[in-house]
Design a protein around this ligand. Structure first.
Ligand code: 13P
Ligand code: ZN
Length: 271
């Protein structure tokens, strides 16, 4: 068996968590990541028949039965993932229609997966229904996106349009826009279901006064989505109190969409 600490998926997960911490997106235990793995990726590093323990999830996710995920642990600090991956991360296999997670590696201090597992797994199921290449769900607390949810209309179209207007590349990077959920109690199946519902139409979902969820095909793409939205929110928070003399017009956004071959979310640009 090869050493799992050298597995490319584990190395990339550790680097990503460290980078997210460095960006200030994950204070204390804030944020969580889940990465969908193939059994073939895992098999060279672990005996997949050796289950350390079984942990109930408290919800159903029948389409994910038998799937493997590398998931950050609840209460764990992103700052510390690099120093002790085995304690701060866990590799689970979903079984029993989603009701049970079989721990195959990690959570070495007796811990368990993030309290936001419902939002993660339900979002994986939603994104896989749209795009079979989707492998990552990422949640964090970037300051400017969070700040924006205190001062900006939470309507999804209005919020998306403002972000698109803040940097030329935004409409190219997230043409599907950003869906916004009102404040809800976190760590519950209800917020998980609401997030997954929003994930059918966009890869970014803002939780008002809390943070953001991103979904993508790999860790880099998902990080980049959140990074771009957060940059746009930063610019908004710098200019919101100033008179706006210029903007990116809808016509310019249409030119961008044509040039880069993306389709802006239906109805989000004015006629
Ligand atoms: P966990 O420590 O359970 O992952 O929770 C962090 C968080 O961001 C909750 O929304
Ligand atoms: Zn959170």
């Amino acid at each position: 068996m090869k050493n799992i600490l050298n597995a490319p998926f584990l190395v990339e997960m550790v680097r990503t968590a460290t980078n997210m911490y460095s960006h200030g997106w994950d204070e204390r235990n804030g944020g969580n990541i889940s990465l969908l793995l193939n059994e073939a990726d895992v098999a060279g590093y672990l005996d997949v028949n050796s289950v350390i323990r079984e942990i109930p999830t408290g919800f159903d996710a029948p389409t994910l039965d038998g799937k493997y995920f590398l998931v950050t642990g609840t209460g764990k600090y992103f700052k510390n993932v690099q120093y002790d991956p085995a304690q701060n991360l866990g590799l689970i296999r979903v079984t029993n229609g989603g009701k049970t997670a079989q721990l195959l590696w990690g959570y070495s201090d007796g811990g368990k997966f993030t309290s936001e597992l419902p939002a993660h797994l339900m979002s994986h199921a939603a994104r896989l229904a749209v795009n079979l290449d989707s492998r990552v769900v990422m949640h964090c607390h970037p300051a400017n996106l969070l700040a924006m949810t205190y001062v900006h209309d939470l309507d999804t179209r209005a919020f998306t349009r403002t972000l698109w207007q803040m940097c030329t590349e935004c409409i190219v990077v997230f043409p599907d826009g950003v869906n916004v959920l009102p404040w809800m109690l976190c760590g519950t199946n209800e917020i998980g279901e609401a997030t997954a519902q929003q994930m059918h139409t966009a890869r970014l979902v803002v939780w008002a006064q809390h943070g953001i969820y991103g979904a993508g095909k790999d860790l880099d793409e998902t990080f980049g989505l959140i990074e771009t939205a957060e940059k746009a929110a930063e610019i908004y928070m710098k200019i919101a109190l100033l008179p706006r003399l210029n903007t990116i017009t809808d016509d310019q956004m249409r030119q961008l969409a044509r040039h880069f071959g993306v389709t802006p979310r239906e109805g989000f640009l004015s006629e």
